[in-house]
Design a protein around this ligand. Structure first.
Ligand code: F6P
Length: 352
C-alpha cells in the first residue's frame, strides 16, 4: 500500500536530506500550511458569511481590497510575526516592508507573499490563490532590510502557492522538485497527491487576457497567432483564462502550456505589464523551473532580474520552455521599441 504522506512529514523528510538544517525552515513551511488551512476555510465560507464585498481602502497597487484579502494578509502576518524565524515580510497589501514587532525575536528568513491572488474572482466563486516566497536574510543586524527582501529569484530558498479551487491544494518547492498536497477537509491535513510534478512536454493550453490585445506589441501578436495555428504551421492550442494567475498557472503546470501577461506600449511610462515581481512572478518562475519549465519577462529569465522596488512589476511568459523561448524570439525580432523602454525600467538600480 502507498504510504500516506502529510505535508508535515514531507517537509521533515526533505529536511533530513540536509544534515545541517536546524528545522527552522521546516517549521516556517508548516506555519504557512496552517495559514493556508485557515484561509481555505474562510474562502469556502465566503458565500455564507458577511465577508463578501470590497472595502474602501486600496492596496499598494491601487486596486480595491476585498475583505478576504485583508483577512488572508492578517493571518499570514500573525502566523509568522512572533516565531523568531522571520526577519521581515513583504505583502501585496502593504506599501512598505513589514517589520517584526519589537516584542518578538527575528530570524534568518524573509517572507514575501500575495495573500489572495486573483481576488476579484471571490465574489463570483472562482478559484483564487495564495503565493509565497522565502529568501534567506543575508545582511547583518537583527532586522530584515530592503536588501534582504529584494533579492534575485535565483536565490530563493523556497516558494509555493495554495489554490482554493474545487479542492484546496498547496504546491511548493525548496529546490528539490515540486510537490503538491491536497487538503483533506475531513481531517484538516494536506496529503501528498502530486509528488514530483513535471510540466508535460506537449503543451495543451495558452492563457492570456485577449481583452487587451489592441495594446499588444507586434511580437506578442505574432506569438499568439502561432499558438492559434493562424500562421499555418501547426494545430491551435486551447485557450483558457481564469484571471487568477495561480489557477491559470496550476492548470498549465499539470497539463502543459503557457501563461503570459505582456508588457505593452499603451502607456510609455509603464511598459512592464501587471504582474508583481517579488511576490507573484519570482515564486511562480522558481516553481515552474523546478518542474522543468521556463519563465521570462520577454527579455530573459525572470529569476535573473535584479529587483529595485518592493512592488516592481514584470511582464511574464511562463510554462513550456519551447513556447517561452519562441515568445522571446519574436519579441526580440519585432519589439525593439518596447524592449528599449522596458529595459530602462528593468535595469533601474535599487536606491536604499
Ligand atoms: O496580478 C493579479 C492578477 O489578479 C493575476 O492573478 C491575474 O492573472 C491577473 O491579475 C488578471 O489580470 P487581468 O484582469 O488584467 O487579466
Amino acid at each position: 500500500m502507498d504510504k500516506l504522506v502529510t505535508i508535515e512529514r514531507h517537509i521533515q523528510d526533505t529536511q533530513k536530506q540536509h544534515p545541517h538544517a536546524t528545522g527552522t525552515f521546516t517549521k516556517m513551511l508548516q506555519d504557512i500550511a496552517l495559514a493556508a488551512k485557515l484561509i481555505s476555510r474562510e474562502t469556502n465560507r465566503a458565500g455564507l458569511t458577511d465577508i463578501l464585498g470590497a472595502t474602501q481602502s486600496s492596496n499598494s497597487s491601487g486596486e480595491r481590497q476585498q475583505k478576504l484579502d485583508m483577512f488572508a494578509d492578517d493571518i499570514i502576518f500573525r502566523m509568522n510575526d512572533h516565531t523568531g524565524r522571520v526577519a521581515a515580510m513583504v505583502s501585496e497589501e502593504h506599501d512598505d516592508l513589514i517589520e517584526i514587532p519589537v516584542e518578538f525575536d527575528t530570524g534568518n528568513y524573509v517572507l514575501l507573499y500575495d495573500p489572495l491572488d486573483g481576488s476579484s474572482n471571490i465574489d463570483v466563486n472562482v478559484s483564487v490563490g495564495t503565493i509565497f516566497a522565502i529568501h534567506r536574510k543575508f545582511t547583518k543586524g537583527e532586522k530584515g532590510t530592503i536588501e534582504d527582501v529584494l533579492q534575485e529569484g535565483k536565490r530563493l530558498v523556497a516558494a509555493g502557492y495554495v489554490i482554493y479551487g474545487s479542492s484546496t491544494m498547496m504546491v511548493y518547492t525548496t529546490g528539490q522538485g515540486v510537490h503538491g498536497f491536497t487538503l483533506d477537509l475531513g481531517v484538516g491535513e494536506f496529503i501528498l497527491s502530486h509528488p514530483n510534478i513535471r510540466i508535460p512536454d506537449t503543451a495543451q493550453y495558452y492563457s492570456t487576457n485577449h481583452g487587451i490585445e489592441k495594446h499588444w506589441t507586434e511580437g506578442v501578436r505574432r506569438f499568439t497567432h502561432e499558438l492559434q495555428g493562424l500562421d499555418g504551421t501547426g494545430e491551435p492550442l486551447k485557450q483558457r483564462y481564469i484571471g487568477s494567475m495561480v489557477a491559470d498557472f496550476h492548470r498549465n503546470l499539470l497539463k502543459g502550456g503557457i501563461f503570459y501577461y505582456p508588457g505593452t506600449l499603451e502607456n510609455r511610462q509603464k511598459p512592464y505589464g501587471k504582474i508583481r515581481l517579488m511576490y507573484e512572478a519570482q515564486a511562480m518562475a522558481f516553481i515552474n523551473e523546478q518542474a522543468g519549465g521556463y519563465a521570462s519577462d520577454g527579455i530573459g529569465n525572470i529569476l535573473n532580474i535584479r529587483p529595485h522596488t518592493l512592488h516592481q512589476r514584470t511582464p511574464i511568459y511562463m510554462g513550456n520552455i519551447d513556447l517561452v523561448q519562441r515568445a522571446e524570439q519574436l519579441i526580440q525580432e519585432h519589439d525593439k521599441e518596447w524592449m528599449a523602454l522596458y529595459r530602462e525600467y528593468r535595469n533601474r538600480e535599487l536606491v536604499v
